[in-house]
Design a protein around this ligand. Structure first.
Ligand code: SAH
Length: 356
């Protein structure tokens, strides 16, 4: 699929990828009066599963829409709820039978939904389960919106925050992700504010610079995981294309353009990136850049030889950063009883399907 097109699937446009003004144009072309667009848009963003459910539209229009447009509505084929903290993980089946995961996390400040941006991932990070089978395809803007909407509908939990930290690399699906942000932020839709959205990237530098130009008020999370090129290139192939220095320069531009503090993710991997020297080098590299470092205890992935750092090592690393005034938190592990780390459930499902 061409990631720059507003999503054609089997020649049919996915209606939910259209913005309100695009929908207006489309409906005018079908000879409809001006007020119809808002009516249809509202139905779509309320999570109807078929045009038939749009009960205040003339029957003939519902039929015409069904002829011209694809209305996506993923089916939850797995739903796992953590007994420990109420985290819910969904495995959604998409219209072409591909699957993606979404996780709903309950925090004091509201419910956060972690969405996937691609089916699989091309980035090849050594510790990540999502990339094992490579990239299958990119998600459309409407499919990302579906993850948020149908998670809210199915769980009955209102969603106030979104993180693009599930399967896939959001900046590898740039146009569709930007379109998704516009849709989910729209006042006539879910109306989720940009400040309530975080986007996580492995470090695709030109796209970070492009995103900076759009001056969106979202939080940029950068998966750094190592402060030096030698280590980072070993665990993240993307670093062979854009070095740590190029990445951090892009982060500085991002901060200069948007005024938004960058959040750095750092998975603590035993004997790979967790030494006091690594912490000191990280401090030097982040000097002058308003940042927040989020240490993530590595989630062990079966296929990978990498192991999580000991708790004491994580805390020592955190202390070294904090002593020098860098904000640093250790991510709380949610849903550890339900494979809530990204890519694990989809991988398990694919393995089970191939064993049958
Ligand atoms: N492609 C994006 C978002 C996907 S993953 C990115 O790379 O940022 C969200 C975060 O989880 C990233 O920081 C990623 O590096 C991290 N991650 C992936 N697998 C992990 C694992 N097994 N343990 C801990 N963190 C992991």
């Amino acid at each position: 699929m061409d990631s720059s097109s507003p999503n054609c699937s089997n020649e049919m446009t996915e209606i939910k990828t259209l913005t309100l003004s695009e929908l207006k144009t489309a409906l005018t072309e079908l000879g409809q009066p001006g007020f119809r667009a808002k009516q249809v848009y509202t139905w779509l963003h309320r999570g109807v599963r078929s045009f038939e459910e749009m009960t205040d539209l003339p029957k003939s229009l519902r039929q015409t829409l069904a002829e011209y447009y694809l209305l996506t509505a993923p089916v939850p084929i797995r739903r796992q709820e953590s007994k420990l903290d109420g985290t819910i993980k969904y495995l959604w089946q998409l219209h072409d039978d591909n699957c993606v995961e979404t996780v709903l996390m309950r925090y004091h400040h509201g419910n956060t939904v972690c969405i996937s941006s691609e089916v699989g991932c091309a980035m090849g990070c050594a510790f990540c389960a999502s990339t094992i089978g490579g990239l299958v395809r990119r998600l459309s803007a409407g499919e990302m919106l579906d993850e948020v909407m149908f998670t809210e509908l199915d769980s009955g939990q209102p969603v106030s925050n979104i993180v693009l930290m599930g399967i896939g690399e959001p900046l590898d699906n740039y146009d569709n992700v930007c379109r998704f942000l516009e849709l989910v932020n729209s006042g006539e839709g879910m109306n989720i504010g940009m400040r309530h959205i975080s986007l996580s990237t492995c470090g695709i530098v030109p796209r970070i610079l492009e995103l900076a130009e759009s001056k969106l008020q979202l939080t940029l999370s950068v998966s750094l995981h190592a402060p030096d090129d030698e280590t980072r290139s070993k665990i993240m192939p993307v670093n062979r294309r854009w070095s740590v220095e190029e990445l951090l320069d892009a982060c500085r531009s991002y901060y200069d353009k948007t005024g938004r503090r960058i959040s750095f993710e750092y998975a603590m991997i035993r004997d790979v990136n967790d030494s006091p020297e690594a912490a000191r080098l990280l401090l030097r590299k982040l000097k002058g850049l308003p940042a927040h470092v989020n240490l993530i205890p590595l989630n062990h992935v079966e296929e990978s030889p990498l192991k999580p750092s000991d708790r004491a090592v994580v805390l020592r690393f955190q202390k070294l950063l904090e002593e020098q005034g860098v904000a640093c938190t250790v991510r709380r592990t949610l849903g550890s009883d339900i494979d809530a780390s990204c890519g694990q459930l989809r991988k398990k499902h694919a393995q089970q399907a191939s064993n049958q």
